[in-house]
Design a protein around this ligand. Structure first.
Ligand SMILES: Cc1cc2nc3c(=O)[nH]c(=O)nc-3n(C[C@H](O)[C@H](O)[C@H](O)COP(=O)(O)OP(=O)(O)OC[C@H]3O[C@@H](n4cnc5c(N)ncnc54)[C@H](O)[C@@H]3O)c2cc1C
Length: 499
């Protein structure tokens, strides 16, 4: 084993929305920070996907297989790279709603209250929106929480067919709104360009890529993590740090803590509550394709969302979820995962090729909150990583789908043409772990939570988890802005801790 002779003030494992943002926030302290990332650098275009490459899946998967409850293996759609999943995300950076932080009654269960509220996150949401240069417009969506200032940049304009649909939604008394999108001079803002690169430029932050962390080593009494063990170029290396932040994403952070079990922590580090890996959530997601006569470029940004059913409606008084335009079909990675929607359409339209269909189609994402269930969990073997996951809250999601299908039937632009009424849809399979969260929930009670309110583990004073693991509930809002805002919040705590 190679033992690094430096002792760092802080070691961060992972460079995604959580780890990358935290590195940026703390770099200015001048502390000696080591960042370990298992992946390498991706070409810039990877977050600005274009063209039919979107349908060639493998580039957007982790180079490993995970296992489902039945023992079947699958390729998870997750990016191991500098910037993590923000390198392949869609750049939608949206705040959770005020009520999402409260206890919410769903048709078949309850979404738990967060120990901190919207007001606690609001200043960090603002800081996050400035850092990631979010484009948006306040005031169109009644579910929108209070903002103390305008978005840093104006909303992106809709593509013409989306604009037409927005007008028609408005005429029906709905509230189409502009999706908040993080965008910089080189495309979508991500945790490499916005987080890691400026942090490393300051000189006190060292980034090691291709460094897969395999275990955290504690002192003999198990009260502190002393060493971080990583595989680099086939060799095992040990790094020492005073504070350790795990930011590998909800699935991999839980797996790392579980795999670091020792005599003092036989069920895994920070796992006295037995909560590590449990309550994994990933939201219920369905994509609907709206085939129509008008052509489009197939490569435009997502810009529109509809939250009119977010908290339910007159006939279903329970949360249903969020709907957003998916942008151009040639630009959306998650399409590669959905059941072959376009192939369904192409059977109906044999003369059309994939490109023609994609440029004659609009697509929509539907997201519904899934509820925390301790049996939905990450489990690890020596080398194997298993995801036990049974979706729940399914009826709420189905109802959202029916509501939206009804809307689309009345809306198809060019509705008299041959494509009228074609709305193939498909639910995202297990491999779509894009919105993974939970697994190390934060809370005040060490018996029922893994992390305290500062995302420090209850069990080990110098160990933190700063990524989407801390979520007690998933909400139906895309998670990245909350992960980023939380990293900034924990950053303030660490600055205070250092004095
Ligand atoms: C295709 C796609 C589209 C998405 N679109 C959106 C969107 O529009 N809006 C939104 O809000 N969210 C979106 N998401 C989700 C969003 O990207 C995540 O919520 C966010 O990136 C989570 O941040 P994180 O820090 O928890 O983890 P990640 O961003 O996944 O970062 C984890 C990092 O840890 C590294 N790592 C893992 N294990 C180890 C290890 N053992 N050793 C060293 N390094 C390790 C990984 O390589 C990665 O860099 C999308 C996700 C995907 C996949």
């Amino acid at each position: 084993m190679i033992i690094d002779d430096v002792t760092y003030d802080l070691i961060i494992v992972g460079t995604g929305a959580g780890g990358g943002t935290l590195a940026r926030k703390l770099a200015a302290t001048g502390k000696k920070i080591l960042v370990l990332e298992r992946g390498g650098f991706l070409a810039k275009e990877s977050s600005e996907l274009v063209d039919l490459e979107v349908f060639s899946k493998e580039g957007y998967h982790a180079p490993e297989r995970w296992y489902d409850k039945a023992g079947e293996s699958f390729h998870p759609q997750t990016s191991y790279s500098v910037g993590g999943n923000t390198k392949i995300y869609s750049g939608v950076l949206q705040r959770m709603r005020e009520r999402d932080f409260e206890r919410v009654t769903h048709q078949l269960g309850t979404s738990p209250e967060w120990p901190l509220k919207y007001a606690d996150f609001a200043p960090y949401y603002t800081e996050a929106e400035i850092l990631y240069n979010v484009h948006g417009r306040k005031g169109d969506d009644p579910t929108e929480p209070p903002h103390d200032r305008e978005f840093p940049s104006p909303a992106l304009t809709h593509e013409s067919s989306i604009e037409e649909i927005a007008d028609r939604f408005s005429k029906q008394g709905l509230h189409p709104a502009y999706l908040p999108i993080g965008l910089g001079s080189q495309g979508r803002t991500d945790s490499e360009d916005t987080g890691i690169t400026p942090a490393v430029d300051l000189g006190n932050v060292t980034l090691k890529t291709g460094a897969k962390v395999i275990a955290l080593r504690t002192n003999p009494t198990g009260t502190a993590v002393k060493g971080v063990e990583a595989e680099i170029n086939g060799q095992t290396c040990l790094f020492m740090g005073d504070l350790i932040v795990v930011a590998c994403g909800a699935v991999n952070s839980a797996a790392l803590l579980l795999r670091s079990a020792n005599d003092r922590h036989p069920h895994g580090l920070a796992n006295s509550s037995e909560g590590v890996g449990r309550n994994l959530m990933k939201q219920l997601m369905t994509v609907i394709v709206q085939v129509n006569n008008a052509s489009n470029s197939g490569t435009f940004q997502r810009t529109l969302y509809l939250n009119d059913f977010y908290w339910g409606d007159d006939t279903f008084p329970y949360p249903m979820g969020h709907i957003e335009s998916a942008g151009g079909l040639l630009q959306d990675v998650i399409f590669s995962e959905s059941p072959p929607l376009l192939s369904i359409a192409s059977k109906l339209m044999p003369k059309f090729g994939l490109r023609q269909l994609a440029t004659h189609s609009l697509a929509w994402w539907l997201q519904t909150e899934d509820l925390p269930n301790p049996d939905n969990r990450v489990r690890v073997g020596e080398t194997k990583l298993s995801i036990d996951y049974e979706p729940n809250n399914i009826e709420a999601h189905d109802r959202l789908l029916y509501r939206f299908q009804e809307l689309l039937k009345n809306l198809d632009p060019g509705s008299s043409g041959p494509f009228r009424g074609l709305h193939p849809y498909g639910a995202a399979p297990l491999a779509v772990v894009a919105h993974q969260c939970g697994t190390c929930r934060f809370g005040e009670d060490p018996k029922t939570s893994v992390l305290d309110l500062n995302c420090r583990t209850h069990d080990i004073d110098n160990l933190y988890v700063v990524d989407s693991s801390f979520f007690p509930s998933s909400s139906a809002t895309s998670p990245a802005l909350t992960v980023i805002a939380n990293a900034l919040r924990v950053g303030d705590h660490l600055i205070d801790r250092w004095g």
